[in-house]
Write a protein that binds this ligand. Structure first.
Ligand SMILES: *Cc1c(COP(=O)(O)O)cnc(C)c1O
Length: 463
């Protein structure tokens, strides 16, 4: 399988090259040259496989340059850190099948992809004899998942910037309690936006980037998407069998379009099994406006109780745009350049019809989010985290009888205890791993929110 850019500016590359490249060098995003539908025979042979076995079957459709035994080993090691034997177990609550994606080390769904990506990075660097310094900024969740993805790994150092005293105490502890020698937490005296701007400026300094082999772990890496495709297929096979039906729907709380794009890929692999993909947004509803009205125009970010979805520019949107454009890279490049200039894109009626064929969508406000957490707890004694609640609310609204709705649960409620407390009047149960954080040693450097200060730190501590 070869990989190409959504902007058409690179010769086809291998999976390994695609992982190491991250963002395509022409500014586009990398995609496989083709996404083949599985045959009925293949689909039948996937039923009853363990999560890890299914992951191997799915990933080997996209990865042909890592020997099978090594790929199996990478997969097994990535999901051995999950506390549920099913990896992503599904529980039925009323009209929803809730797929719990939060049993990894940081209790959020980003672990599913980042545990795998960390292992793949280490494997490829060992093979090439290279090394890598990962640099990123976080508003809370992604940072800890990235740190846990590479902690203790050879040939990789990671530097994560978070805004000093502006992340929740749990989020801060999840990052700073990781004291492996290759992990550097930098609390910057500024905001998340400052952190992002600093990281962007450093990545734009090409000599500095090359000198330190700087790498990123944001959701544009294809390896992250492909790891997420697995749980859609796992869920669709399991729930269709359990319910004796042909098709399921998925509801997906969405920010960067990464997770829902993985669902789009999964539907192409499993024709006829996945009907609706419900793109659920919070009050940052850019993507809902796009699906419902063909209007993709950036507004300003508002803070909500589901902060990991407080995003205006969806970094994976371009991947879908490429397919919406009939795989026309020249057109995709032109539109993305236009978007960079004007901050908006508008789609004609024909395109809008195709989008609405691909996705349903709903924006869920704060009141609805809190209400659904409360209602769910009252009805089933089950506590939703606020991101999951957005997906559940949108999923229930889009549900049709006879088609099971699988709602992706993207975080453990204890990570967002304040919102949960508001909804149900008590704190969610604290998992042992989170409760234990309070007693652990921490390591963190408080630094000025300045490009030069961060560069000096990286210079002094890079591999
Ligand atoms: C990142 C995140 C999301 C959004 O996922 P995208 O791939 O960015 O759409 C939803 N919920 C939680 C808890 C997250 O951390």
């Amino acid at each position: 399988m070869k990989y190409i850019s959504t902007r058409g500016g690179i010769a086809p590359i291998s999976f390994k090259e695609a992982v190491m490249m991250g963002l395509a060098v022409d500014g586009g995003l990398l995609l496989p040259e083709s996404i083949e539908a599985a045959t009925e025979e293949q689909i039948e042979s996937w039923r009853g496989l363990s999560y890890q076995e299914l992951a191997f079957a799915v990933l080997s459709r996209f990865i042909d340059d890592i020997p099978a035994a090594d790929l199996r080993e990478l997969i097994n090691r990535s999901y051995a850190t999950f506390t549920s034997p099913a990896v992503t177990p599904i529980v039925k609550k009323g009209d929803c099948h809730i797929m719990e994606l939060f049993h990894g080390p940081t209790l959020a769904f980003k672990d599913v992809a980042l545990q795998f990506l960390g292992n793949v990075f280490e494997y490829l660097l060992k093979e090439s004899g290279g090394h890598m310094n990962i640099l990123g900024a976080t508003s809370g969740d992604t940072g800890s998942a990235a740190i846990y993805g590479v902690r203790g790994k050879e040939r990789i150092n990671i530097f994560i910037l978070h805004p000093h005293k502006r992340v929740s105490p749990i989020q801060e502890l999840q990052m700073t309690s990781v004291t492996d020698a290759n992990v550097f937490n930098l609390a910057i005296k500024g905001t998340f936006d400052d952190g992002q701007a600093i990281v962007k400026a450093i990545f734009n300094d090409i000599p500095f980037k090359d000198k330190h082999q700087l790498g990123a772990v944001n959701s544009i890496n294809w390896a992250r998407i492909v790891a997420q495709v697995v749980y859609y297929i796992y869920g669709a096979l399991k729930v269709t069998a359990e319910e004796g039906v042909d098709q399921v729907d998925f509801s997906v709380p969405t920010g960067n379009f990464g997770d829902i794009f993985a669902g789009f890929v999964a539907r192409r692999i499993l024709p006829g099994r996945i009907r609706n993909l419900v793109l659920a947004t919070n009050e940052n509803n850019l993507l809902t406006r796009f699906v419902l009205n063909g209007d993709y125009s950036v507004g300003s970010v508002v803070s909500t109780v589901s902060p990991s979805m407080d995003i205006q520019v969806a970094s994976n949107f371009e991947r879908y745009l490429y397919y919406l454009n009939g795989e026309d890279a020249a057109r995709t490049r032109k539109e993305m350049e236009q978007f960079a200039q004007s901050g908006s894109l508008h789609f004609d009626d024909a395109a809008q019809e195709r989008v609405r064929h691909d996705f349903a969508s709903r924006s869920v406000n704060e009141e609805e989010t809190i209400a659904i957490i409360r209602d769910f707890y009252a009805a089933y004694g089950y506590v939703l985290d606020p991101h999951t609640a957005v997906g559940v609310r949108a999923g229930l609204a889009a549900r049709q009888s006879g088609v099971p709705m699988i709602c992706l649960s993207t975080a453990h409620p204890a990570k967002f205890g304040e919102a949960v407390h508001r909804a149900i009047g008590q704190d969610p149960e604290m998992p042992v791993s989170l409760a234990a954080l309070a007693d652990q040693q921490t390591r963190c450097e408080v630094v000025a929110a300045e490009v030069e200060a961060i560069k000096a730190f990286v210079d002094a501590h890079a591999l």
